[in-house]
Every structure is written in C-alpha cells, then in structure tokens.
Design a protein around this ligand. Structure first.
Ligand code: SIN
Length: 503
C-alpha cells in the first residue's frame, strides 16, 4: 500500500491502551480520527504484555491517593494524582466494562481484586496475570469494527510537522515511502523506552519515538531520570551475561501479583532477604525491591522467587505455562533479576495531555503527567493511559487540519546496513546498563553523556544522507538516552528510581 499526503482532525500515533483510548474519545466527540501504529501485531505494544492488571479506587479514593504518593517517594504531583483517582472508576466502567466487556476475574463476592506491592488494599482488576491482552485485543477490534477511526498499521511517524510553536501533524512512513499527514491535533502515544536497555519487559519496538519527536520539535520533557526497573523478570542467563547484548531472549515478567499472593524472594543461600531491606518486605515499593534484588545477586549469586507457599499453577496458570515452556521448574524457585520496565517521565503534559507546543498531546508511557513522580505504583500504567487518553481525545477533537511546509527527507540509500544499527544499539545499551541503570554515580553519568553525545552525532550524520524507519528508531533511542542521562546528571537528589551512590 503506498502512502499519500493526507489530512485528519486528530492524528493519534501509537495503538496501546492510551492511543486507543484517545482515538475512541475523539471519535465519540465527532472528530475525524486517524490512528497510526508501527506495530504489525498486537504484541508489539506494551499494553499487550501487561500482566498484573488495572488498579481502581473502589470506594476508598483517599487510600489509593496515599498509596500512589507513598510509592513515588512523596514526589507525585497532587493535582495529577487527583485526576487519576477521580477518573479511575468511571473510566474503567465506561471503556473497559461497558464498551469492551472485558471479563475481569470474579469470585463469589464480585470482582476478584488483586493485591500488589505498595497497595494498602486489594484493588486490582485483572484477567489471570495476562490482563493486557484481554484489554488490548478487544480494544483494537472495537476501534477497527465499531468506530469511524481509520486504523493504519505498520506505519511509523518519523517527524512532527512543527512551525512557530505549533504542531500540524507528522511525516508518516510505510513500506519505505513517506508523506505528511496534516492534523488539527496530534496525540503521541508511542509507549516506552525498553530498547535502550539490554534487559527490558517491553517489546523491542519501544524505542522512545514519541518523546524524541516531541523533544526535537521543541516540546518540554520532564522527569526523564526516573526509569523504573521491575524487580522480578525471569533471568535465563544469570548473572554472567555480557552487558550490551539484548539479553531479552527468554526473559519474561513475573508479575508483582505473585508476590501479592505470598511469593518470597530468596538469595543464593536460600535466605529470605527482603525483611532486612524494608518493613513491607516483598511488598515494598518496586524501586526498593529492585535495588535489593540487584544487591543480593551481586553478593550471593542467583536470586529466586519462591512460589512454594501458594497454589501457583492454579492462581497463575499462564505464568506456570510460561515457566514450563522455558524449561523452568518453578517448584524449585524462579530465577529472577531486575529488568527495565517503565519510564515515569516523558513529554511534559497537563491534566488533558496537552504538551508545551500548541495542538500537541502526549498520553500513556511517553508522557509525564506527574502521577508517578519518581516511582510508579504497580498497576497504574494502564489506568493512566486510559484516563489521560480519554481526556486528551476529547480535548483534541474539534480542530481542523491546516497545512504547513513539510520537511524534505532524503531518499538515497533507504536501507540501513544492519551492522550499523546493531553496533550503535549495542553501545547505547551497554552504557545505559552500566551507567544509567538502577544505581548511578555522578562520574558514570558524565561518562554516559559523553559516549551518548558521540553516538548521537554519528547517527545524526547518517540521517543527513538517508531515510529509513530503523534509522529514525535509532535516532529516537539516541535522543532519549541522552535526555535520560542528562536529567539524571542534573538531579543530585536520590528519589525513587533515581538512586545515586558513591563511585
Ligand atoms: C506486574 O504485573 O508486576 C506489572 C504491573 C505494572 O507494571 O504495573
């Protein structure tokens, strides 16, 4: 299919829960909506991979609010937390229950609310421990079949069309061809940055495209130093794997819900260690548990998640099946290690997802709403995407597209030599892992910035000679990596996921 110059009222980039939610509400508001995603399969969006579920306020919003703030190391923004908590029950009921009919797990008393770390009560709606796909697939189907939204797959946004503080759409690429789509409003919903780290729970496509495009167009970003690591991702190759390799093969998330049900963390000596680190032990905030797991791995060796106290196969059949298919005998404990999981910062937005450039919005993981502060509470990411997507979509509707001059992209040598991208990504991941990971030092952050500046310079030089999706993904990764390293270097206060140590 060739790509042609086009116009739309609302252009949404990214088809996880945040982008789908924005498209749905803009469509409901009567806008002509185009939703583009570079994904070819639902699995290419982080939403599909979400396990634990989606937190709701139930009938105790005050406690939910307190838990979000406590998990954030007291850095979450009160106004943003208020928006999330106030909208939570209604957004879930409206979209996930009434519109999509998601079959959340129930018990004899109603919904089977799950418990996860740093939550004071069981408040997590879930479908097994594979909630993401049970939300994402019906949502995609609903948008494709029941709305007027134009859903275009395998199509990437390369650059925003920006002019004098305003955004007019984006240059889109499909099958090696590109053309501008002019939009009355542009909503970025491109997800996270897992591709910047050797081990991540994100899909490979999480190259930070939205944050990079927005930053390059002049939009503000914030809280970029707060990169969250999930403490319990299955570790197929403990601990001597060489840094910089993707290391992702065979990795899978072992949901926090498993610890919520009573699983324990043990070091290589078989000792339970979390009570020595935090009074809430295995249910401490995620950043605390991730650092403890890292330390125990370094000092003792393989760390395992002991699931012997729960009926693991009955409570988590999908995770038990995943262990079986990876040859893991979970009755002996699941070997785990932290893995990059979520970017708490991103494109700075207000309570309707509005960025600092006119007619530009950002929602979901690529945005920084202020809800998470320095560390995100478990099972609030789908909720944030849903709530801000709904708000942004409504707000973005009602504006007609206007045209501006589109940048001229070069069409020489459209193919990027695989070795070029491979080598750059390897270098980028290595420095992010070693210097911009769970623990950071001022010296390491300075070193990281100089490596990343050089790397970005090499990529920029290349981009002046050719256009290809993979080159733009590499550029996005290098821009975002530098934003993360710079923000980390500029913040001398440890909080949540940003943890400084002595060199
Ligand atoms: C998990 O299931 O542990 C992940 C949930 C989340 O990241 O919020």
């Amino acid at each position: 299919m060739t790509i042609e110059q086009a116009e739309t009222d609302v252009l949404v980039v990214g088809a996880g829960i945040a982008g789908l939610s924005a498209a749905l509400s803009a469509d409901r508001a009567g806008a002509d909506v185009t939703l583009v995603t570079k994904a070819e399969r639902p699995e290419d969006a982080s939403t599909w991979w979400a396990q634990g579920g989606i937190a709701v306020a139930r009938d105790d919003p005050a406690t939910f609010r307190e838990d979000i703030v406590a998990a954030s190391d007291d850095t979450a923004e009160a106004t943003a937390v208020e928006v999330l908590v106030e909208d939570a029950n209604d957004a879930v009921q409206d979209v996930l229950v009434d519109t999509l009919d998601v079959a959340f797990d129930t018990n004899g008393a109603g919904y089977d609310y799950g418990q996860e770390a740093a939550h004071d009560e069981a408040r997590i709606l879930h479908v097994n421990a594979e909630t993401g796909k049970h939300v994402h697939v019906p949502f995609l189907n609903h948008i494709a079949d029941e709305t007027d939204v134009r859903l275009v797959e395998d199509t990437a946004a390369l650059e925003l069309l920006g002019h004098e503080g305003r955004v007019y759409g984006a240059v889109l690429e499909r099958d090696g061809e590109w053309a501008p789509t002019f939009a009355g409003a542009t909503v970025l919903a491109t997800g996270g940055i897992g591709a910047l780290y050797p081990r991540s729970t994100n899909p490979e496509s999480a190259t930070g495209d939205g944050v990079a495009m927005a930053a390059l167009a002049g939009a503000d970003t914030a809280d970029m130093e707060y990169v969250q690591f999930h403490p319990t991702a299955y570790d197929p190759a403990p601990p001597e794997r060489s840094a910089g390799d993707t290391g992702d093969e065979g990795t899978f998330l072992v949901s926090e819900a498993v610890r919520g049900e009573g699983a324990l963390l043990r070091n290589a000596d078989g000792e339970r260690f979390m009570p020595d680190y935090h009074e809430d032990a295995e249910l401490a905030p995620r950043d605390v548990v991730a650092r403890a797991v890292r330390e125990e791995r370094e000092t003792t060796g393989v760390v395992t998640l002991d699931v012997s106290s729960l009926a693991f196969a009955e409570a988590f059949p999908d995770l038990a099946a995943k262990c079986d298919s990876h040859g893991v005998d979970w009755t002996e404990g699941i070997p785990i290690a932290p893995a990059q999981h979520f970017l708490c910062g991103g494109v700075a937005v207000d309570d309707h997802g509005r960025a600092s450039l006119d007619r530009l919005y950002a929602v979901g993981e690529c945005s920084r709403t202020g809800v998470h502060g320095a560390n995100r509470l478990a099972s609030t990411s789908l909720l944030e995407g849903l709530v801000w997507g709904r708000r942004a979509g409504r707000d973005a509707a009602g504006r007609s597209p206007e045209r501006v001059e589109a940048p001229e992209l070069l069409d020489r040598d459209p193919d990027l030599p695989p070795a070029f991208a491979g080598e750059k990504f390897h270098r980028l991941r290595r420095v992010m892992d070693e210097q911009v990971g769970i623990e950071r030092t001022p010296q390491g952050l300075a070193r990281a910035q100089s490596v990343l500046r050089r790397l970005k310079g090499e990529v920029d030089a290349y981009i002046r000679t050719r256009t290809s999706r993979s080159l733009y993904e590499l550029r996005a990764a290098s821009v975002v990596a530098l934003l993360v390293a710079r923000a980390a270097a500029e913040n001398d206060q440890s909080a949540g996921c940003h943890h400084l140590v002595e060199a």
